[in-house]
Design a protein around this ligand. Structure first.
Ligand code: OAD
Ligand code: ZN
Length: 259
């Protein structure tokens, strides 16, 4: 059997790491069986096995680049060409990538439970590619552009986009339809996420370091509302101990085992 990580719940049953992981998976499977509304929150880690770089940790994007130079409204006003260069590079990187077994497992779970909501911080579009339907993209989508003047949002899959892409309606500069540091999340997107969390009896948090708000506190919010919360992450996070179940391992290996 492959090594699949460790169960680090407050009710740790002891034994080997493998046994603890198996116990965590078994408990989560049982909760999944009974759940009426499941909400899943994902972060960059779920796409790591598809070849998408995460933000923090070894090889993380924010280790190589300064977010203030590339992912803030100020950076875009100062040097839109540079910001578009960064996003064009990421679009080129993402275009050939495919969903991994973690994405596919979530799409399958959606088909099997009565109500399911997927909240993602990712902008890569891989959940949709894997067949997930009810997706809330907290931080936008790299395959959409928004006019800086008329605010029109459009799908745009050109790779690369022109250096300074222009709106077809009004000719103004387009920007990536993503949320940058210092920007508010769209209220209707955030409300939809909180509504799903409020209705959930089980939440799974996976592939996120839990460092960027408001997503970081959504698992705790779910717990406050009475849901069980399970975390599946490659390494422990500052929130691991607050959850009912915490399984250390790769999402692409653990999530398919829930089916
Ligand atoms: P991070 O890069 O902060 O965290 C990724 C998490 O995934 C880490 O805890 C890793 O241990 C874990 N991880 C890595 N590979 C994994 C795997 N195969 N299976 C499971 N877990 C794995 O990414 P996010 O938490 O998504 O925001 O970052 C949050 C936000 O910060 C992003 O949405 C982005 C960024 O700045 C914006 O761009 C607005
Ligand atoms: Zn326009």
């Amino acid at each position: 059997m492959s090594k699949i990580g460790e169960w680090v719940s407050g009710r740790n049953p002891g034994g080997s790491a493998e046994n603890r992981a198996e116990a965590g998976i078994k408990e989560l499977k049982e909760k999944l069986w009974w759940a009426r509304h499941v909400t899943v929150l994902t972060g960059a880690g779920i796409s790591a096995e598809s070849g998408v770089p995460t933000f923090r940790g070894e090889g993380g994007l924010w280790k190589q680049f300064r977010a203030v130079d590339l992912a803030t409204p100020e950076a875009f006003s100062r040097n839109p060409k540079l910001v578009w260069e960064f996003y064009n590079w990421r679009r080129e990187l993402l275009a050939p990538l495919s969903p991994n077994p973690g994405h596919f497992a979530l799409a399958e779970i959606e088909r099997r439970v009565p109500h399911f909501t997927l909240i993602t911080q990712n902008i890569d579009g891989l959940h949709e590619k894997a067949g997930s339907c009810n997706i809330i993209e907290l931080h936008g989508n790299i395959w959409k552009v928004r006019c800086t003047r008329c605010q029109r949002v459009l799908d745009d899959r050109r790779v690369p986009l022109p250096e300074m892409p222009a709106c077809e309606s009004c000719g103004s500069l387009l920007r990536p339809h993503v949320v940058w540091f210092g920007e508010m999340l769209e209220p209707q997107v955030l409300n939809a996420a909180y509504e799903a969390i409020g209705n959930s009896d089980l939440m799974i948090v996976t592939g996120t370091s839990g460092t960027v708000q408001p997503a970081a506190s959504m698992g705790v919010q779910a717990k406050r509302n009475g849901a069980s919360v399970a975390e599946i992450n490659f390494e422990p996070t500052p929130l691991s101990n607050l959850y009912d179940i915490s399984i250390l391992g790769k999402s692409g290996e653990i999530l398919p085992q829930l089916l």
